[in-house]
Design a protein around this ligand. Structure first.
Ligand SMILES: [Fe+2]
Ligand SMILES: [Fe+2]
Length: 189
């Protein structure tokens, strides 16, 4: 099944908005850990599980489809794009390393606090700058291509996979993450 390209781009931008919210929670946890407090390690574990089951498994592969179309149809707009799949792989690898750290902590293993802080802040910065590059530059090139010629992209492989936190039915494994989002979005008392 083909997906109308503009709808897909809207979904990718929405994913970024959601990822930014989750990265802010991770950043807050890193700041807590840096100031000597114990962050909510279970929350960090849920965040890292989230990024591996949705952004890494769905969002980035969909983008890879979009960028491949751009390279094939509009090589004139595709400069510097060859590195993107490797970028996605690197982000996924950093994310799994961090997920392993925090799973080990939650299982009772001694992981150096500094290593966790370093890995987590490296991850936050890496993913934030990747998304900023896409929004500032790559997504706009896709928009230019679509302005000139509306298209459909085949993302069938990923279409049935729902975002487990932000789409309607929240999966049981992400309750802590969801309640943090609700807490952060509620008016200050
Ligand atoms: Fe990306
Ligand atoms: Fe992205």
């Amino acid at each position: 099944m083909q997906s109308e390209a503009r709808t897909l781009m809207k979904e990718l931008r929405e994913d970024h908005r959601n990822m930014r919210i989750v990265l802010q929670l991770l950043d807050d946890a890193v700041n807590e850990a840096s100031s000597g407090k114990d962050p909510d390690f279970e929350l960090i574990e849920e965040i890292m599980r989230y990024v591996t089951v949705y952004p890494d498994a769905v969002h980035h592969p969909k983008e890879d489809v979009v960028y491949k179309e751009l390279r094939e149809r509009r090589p004139d707009l595709a400069g510097g794009l060859d590195d993107v799949p490797a970028d996605h792989d690197e982000i996924a690898a950093l994310g799994s390393a961090l997920r392993d750290d925090v799973e080990a902590i939650n299982a009772g293993a001694a992981v150096r606090r500094n290593k966790l802080i370093e890995d987590a802040s490296g991850y936050v910065n890496r993913l934030r700058s990747h998304m900023a590059w896409e929004e500032r530059d790559l997504f706009k090139r896709i928009d230019t291509m679509l302005d000139e010629e509306p298209q459909e992209f085949d993302v069938t492989k990923f279409e049935h996979i729902k975002d487990p936190v932000f789409e309607l039915e929240v999966e049981a494994g992400f309750r802590r993450l969801l309640s943090s989002l609700k807490r952060d979005n509620s008016p200050a008392s």
